[in-house]
Every structure is written in C-alpha cells, then in structure tokens.
Design a protein. Structure first.
Length: 671
C-alpha cells in the first residue's frame, strides 16, 4: 500500500500513507474474517444479490455484537494530529476521518469497501462499516453521536454524509477534497472560495511600521479569538486596516468580500474550515456585508476559536447572530497621517503633495496602493511622478458604483476656462479649499458640532441658464483631482411613494464612501420648497424634502446643486449649504472674453477681433449661448473650407437669439 505511492510523496503525504497502511491492515483483517464466515465468498456475483445462506447468516448474528477494538493501528502523524487539535476531534474522530478519505488516496480501498459493504456499487465506507472497523457500531450512542451535524466532524466541514434517504448506518462517508489535500501537504484554497473571490494573505511582520487605524491595532493585539463588527464608511478601508494590522503582527488573514446579496452559509462554513486548516493564528476578515447579512453572520460567528472581523457602514444588529457574542466597534481615527504615508511612498515627488492629495479621504493601505500605482504609471510614461499620476491612481481606487443613477464626467477644464467676476471665482477657490482641509478644521480643530453631522461639503450654484454653473462644477472637480458624477434625475425621481428617497439614499451612500464630486443639475426638482399640506401628494412631497434635509446633515462627501432660480430652493436647505455662489449674467467685457476663448482654437480672418468687440456689445448672450454661437460659426467655416469670418459669427449669434425667441438686434427678426 505504501510502495510506489509513498516513495515519491512529501513528508506530510508520507505520514498519511503510513497511517493508512495501518488502516489497510485493519481492513484486510476484517475482509479475512468476513471471508472465513461467508458461505458465498467464492461466488463471482457476490455483492450483486443475497443468497438464502447469507441471509440466514446475517439473521443469526446478535444485535450489538462486535469483535472488539482493532489492534495494530499506528499513531497519527504530526499533520493529522494538528488537525485533530485544531478542530477539537477525538481519536475516534480521527479514525473516522481516515476511513472516509482512504479511497481518495488509494483506489484499492474502493474494492475492499465494496466487498465489506456486500455491494460492489457502494465503494465508500458506510457509517456502519467505519464503526465496525473501529470495534464498535451504530448501536453505541457515543460513537453514533460523532456523525451528528453539530459534532466536530460535520460542523467543522471535515465530513459529509451522503445518501440522505438511507438510515444512518447505511449512509456513505466522504471527506471533502480540500481536507484530503491539506493532509497531503497541498495548501491551495478551496475552489469554492477561489470562485467566490476569497483571498489568503500570509503574515508579513512589518517592523517599525505603525498601523494606520487604532481600532485595527487593538483587534490585532488581542491575544484570544474574538468576533468583531468594525463599522467604517463602506469603502473597504476598515477591512484593509485590520488586515495589515493582523499581518504585521505575524498572523495570516483570509479576506472575503460577499458579492451582492450573497448569504450562502456554505461559503461561510468553508471560510471557517479554511481558516482553521491554516492554523490557530489565521483570522477571517470580511469586507462589506450583504444587504441581508443575518445568515452569513450567524454561520461565521458560530465557531469561537477563529478571529472573525466583519466590516461595513451599517451599524451592528444583534438580531444577525443572537446566540453569538460580537463586539461592535467604530473605525478609529488614523494613527498615521495619510499625508505622511503619501510622502513615505513618494519620496522623490517634486511639488506640493498636500495640494495634490489633500481632498482625498483615502487612508491606510489604499494610500500605499494608489502611490505605487502612480509610480508605475509615471514609469510607464517615462516621466517623474506628478499630480496627474496621483489623481489618476486615486480615481481608480475610489470610483463610486452609481450605476444608472449618475453619469461620470472626467474633468477636462480648469480655472483658466472660466470667465467670471472676481468674487464668484474666489468663492469657487474657497469651495476647493474646504474640500481639501475639512478633516483638519472639522476633525483636528474640532469645529464640527454634534447631532451626527457629517464632514461633507455642499454648495449651491445659482444663476441664469448658460452662465457657467455646470462648467464651474467640472472645474472644481478637476481642481480636486476627482471625477464629477452628474445625477440623472429621470432615474431618481419615481412616482411611487418612497422610491425617490431610496434612489437618493443609494447615491448619497455611494458618494459618502468614495472620493468624487456629486452634481445635482437643475436641483429644484428634488430640493424645492415645501408647501402647505392640502392633499396626500403634498404630504409625501414634504416627506421627501424632510428626508433630504436629514441626509444632507450626515453627508460626508462633496455635492454641488445648481438652479436657475435661487428662490425655488427651500430655506432649510440653504442653511445647510457651505458655499452659495451666484453666477451673474456676463457684461460686455465678459462676453468679449467668452467669444475670444470660444474661438481661440479656430482659424480666423484678419480683423475679426474688432468684429468680436462689436458683437459682444450688440448681442446680450450668456456664456452657454456664446459657445453655441461660436460652434455654429466654426461649422459654417469648416463646410466652406475657409476661416471663421465676421459674417459667420454674426450668423451664429443671430441663431442663438432666434432659438430663445428674442428679437435679433438691428433687424426686427424674430420667430
């Protein structure tokens, strides 16, 4: 049995084969005893049917008879002994495990088991056969109890009983392939976990590196297995901080993030088994919990000898696992300043790194990943690391999953593209500064009041259509190095009661946990004034406004609202705004600058500058209309194959007047 197979096997497999050789001798003795008393032992069809002699022989055996314990079994090897200790198994459990896995290691056990089962089609050991080999039987309550679903073998995921329709003694015993591979020295994770996205991370003791989260450090330093729910903002930072803290203290980590509404308890049991197979120090860290986490949490916390850390933005609900002791904690303040981590990872950065990364709330290992990605991107381009590389890497790590509710805009403009008076331009700079320094002012300087208020920055841009409100929002997002997400109101507002609030909550929750700028264009639709309640429609409309008022209080992200008429916004919303920027209608000087910037890249005829000065005074157009008129002039020139002329620009300006239903200056033309 241990011949060729044992010669090329590793030390762990050699130990297992040695023990299985002892089991083979016990099986051989059982076969010899059965053959000596079997009148049909030489029948080639034995196992395909039962003779009268065999039936009479079985009927003559007293119930509960046994031959006593089988002698000659060798002691367990080190790896199997470690598994018995880790799962709290008895020696009988160990032999049950060996009898179950024997056919998976040596195929000759299949024939032997078929003979002893008196059925050539049943080539695995049954419960009765296993207990018979151990010198006992299913009439022994203590032996029978080893196969109970709550017993260590089944509860630990080490043993599976097949043939559910059969009585317990006739059920086949099978050991999962992952357990067999572990005893043979193969430590590749279970295929179920690989498909579910689980990841095993070995210990990496990091001397001299402080953990970025004080709460994570306390969890890692706790010397006993513990079950903790760590509430964070839902961006995975809590799970990453705990993972790094545990690995830094010499403990391996099994990371897992459920997908969607996944609540399969089988995955949870497999995770626990994997953590226990890896050793007592292995911890299980679960990312953001699914929508209905109860079954998953109950399955993960049922074993008290594994450290399990659950993370997510929702508060812990004791109803998830009423029989388990789970410690709810909040993600603590960063022990290491994220800015210092950026500097540590980018020692050669030339420039103001605080200005480049100040608006990001990314911390911990996410900072290190973003910095390394920036270095890789700059190396690929063959240039030193710059702010653009940092911002591009940070965007990739914090892209919100807003789905159909918002449209992503990658900013491609800057403050130089804005034509605004000094005061609104300065207020836009103030808005960017608030986003960069809010952690210092609201956190370190403690200027945030109580009441559960968040650290968000909310601004209102008010002005006539075409005065640059949306463009300014894109400029602010670009200045902060973030993407702009424009809310699609058609997919948010719903005629059914409560659905609008649910859609808005999904948007706010996603932006809360990421670094992005949220834009509510034409915000009057959802942030309008409350009205006197005269019907059920009015009452539910006011409930929607009340929800938004409360949600803005707890908002942690950056949001910009735009409106054409500031008076349409409820005064209660105005009180919760950090910055209100009024966008004036451009005067003649501003209109000239807009015409110049709009046509800056187009070929122009000589003397067009003088014509633009006249047009800026003659046509009172907002910035959006001027850009549209400049585009019309450029298309006319391109179709003609020439340069932009004064007549082209005049035609473009007149078209904008006609579109808005206004009389064209000097002609009396109108719609």
């Amino acid at each position: 049995m241990t011949g060729a197979a044992g010669a090329g096997a590793g030390p762990d497999a050699g130990e297992l084969l040695t023990v299985l050789e002892g089991l083979r001798r016990a099986v051989a003795a059982r076969v010899a005893a059965r053959a000596a008393a079997d009148p049909a032992a030489d029948d080639p069809l034995r196992g395909m049917y039962m003779t009268h002699e065999a039936a009479a022989g079985l009927a003559a055996v007293p119930v509960g008879s046994g031959d006593g314990a089988v002698a000659g079994l060798p002691p367990f090897g080190a790896r199997l002994g470690s598994l018995l200790d880790g799962f709290g198994l008895s020696p009988l459990d160990g032999w049950i495990l060996l009898a179950g896995l024997a056919p998976d290691v040596d195929g000759r056990f299949e024939g032997l088991y078929g003979y002893l089962n008196d059925d050539v089609s049943r080539r695995r050991a049954t419960v009765a056969l296993v207990l018979e080999l151990m010198g006992t039987g299913p009439w022994d309550p203590s032996a029978r109890a080893r196969f109970h679903p709550d017993a260590p073998l089944a509860a630990g995921g080490l043993l599976v009983l097949e043939d559910e329709d059969r009585p317990l003694p006739g059920r086949a015993v099978r050991v999962p392939e992952r357990v067999v591979a572990h005893l043979l020295g193969d430590e590749r994770p279970d295929a179920l976990l690989t498909g579910a996205g689980a990841q095993w991370l070995p210990a990496t003791p990091a001397a001299g590196r402080d953990t970025e989260d004080g709460t994570a450090a306390r969890i890692a330093a706790y010397g006993q297995p513990v079950r903790v729910h760590l509430r964070d903002r839902g961006d995975g930072a809590g799970a990453e901080a705990v993972t790094e803290a545990l690995r830094g203290r010499g403990r391996a980590v099994l990371r897992y993030r459920p997908r969607g509404d996944e609540t399969d308890p089988g995955v949870a049991r497999t995770l626990l088994r994997e953590a226990r197979l890896r050793g007592a120090g292995t911890a299980l860290v679960v990312g953001e919990l699914p929508t209905a986490p109860g079954p998953l949490v109950r399955a993960l916390t049922e074993q008290e000898d594994v450290t399990v850390v659950l993370t997510g933005p929702a508060a812990y609900d004791p109803g998830w696992a009423p029989r388990s002791v789970v410690i709810p904690v909040e993600s603590g303040p960063a022990g290491a300043d994220p800015l210092s981590v950026w500097r540590e990872e980018l020692p050669g950065f030339e420039g103001d790194i605080a200005a480049a990364v100040g608006a990001y709330r990314t911390g911990g290992e996410r900072v290190r990943r973003a910095a390394r990605a920036a270095v890789a991107l700059a190396g690929f381009e063959g240039v030193p690391v710059g702010p653009g590389h940092i911002r591009s890497s940070a965007r990739l790590l914090s892209a919100p999953l807003l789905g159909r509710h918002a449209r992503c805009v990658r900013p491609a403009v800057g403050f130089g593209d804005l034509v605004l008076p000094e005061e609104p331009l300065g207020m836009l700079g103030e808005l960017a500064a608030r986003a960069r320094h809010r952690d210092r002012v609201l956190g370190d300087w403690r200027l945030r009041t109580g009441g559960g208020r968040g650290r968000g920055v909310v601004a209102l841009f008010a002005g006539d259509s075409g005065t640059g409100k949306t463009l300014a929002a894109e400029v602010v997002a670009g200045e902060l190095g973030m993407d702009l997400y424009v809310v699609d109101l058609s997919s948010v507002v719903d005629k059914y009661v409560g659905e609008t609030e649910k859609n808005l909550e999904r948007i706010f929750a996603e932006v809360d946990r990421t670094d992005a700028v949220l834009l509510f264009d034409e915000a009057d639709a959802v942030f309008g004034k409350r009205s006197e309640v005269r019907s059920s429609h009015d009452r539910y409309a006011n409930l929607e406004s009340a929800y938004l008022l409360q949600r803005l209080e707890a908002f942690d992200g950056i949001a910009i609202l735009t409106t054409n008429l500031r008076a349409n916004i409820d005064e209660a919303f105005t009180r919760r705004l950090d910055v209100v920027v009024d966008f004036p209608f451009p005067d003649a000087e501003a209109r000239l600058r807009l015409w110049r910037s709009s046509l800056a890249g187009a070929p122009r005829e000589a003397g067009l500058e003088d014509a633009l000065t006249v047009f800026a005074k003659e046509f009172e157009l907002a910035g959006g209309a001027i850009r549209a008129g400049a585009a019309t002039a450029a298309y006319l020139a391109a179709a003609r194959g020439g340069v932009v002329t004064a007549d082209d620009v005049r035609t473009g300006a007149r078209r904008e007047y006609l579109k808005s239903g206004r009389l064209v200056p000097g002609t009396g033309w109108g719609p």
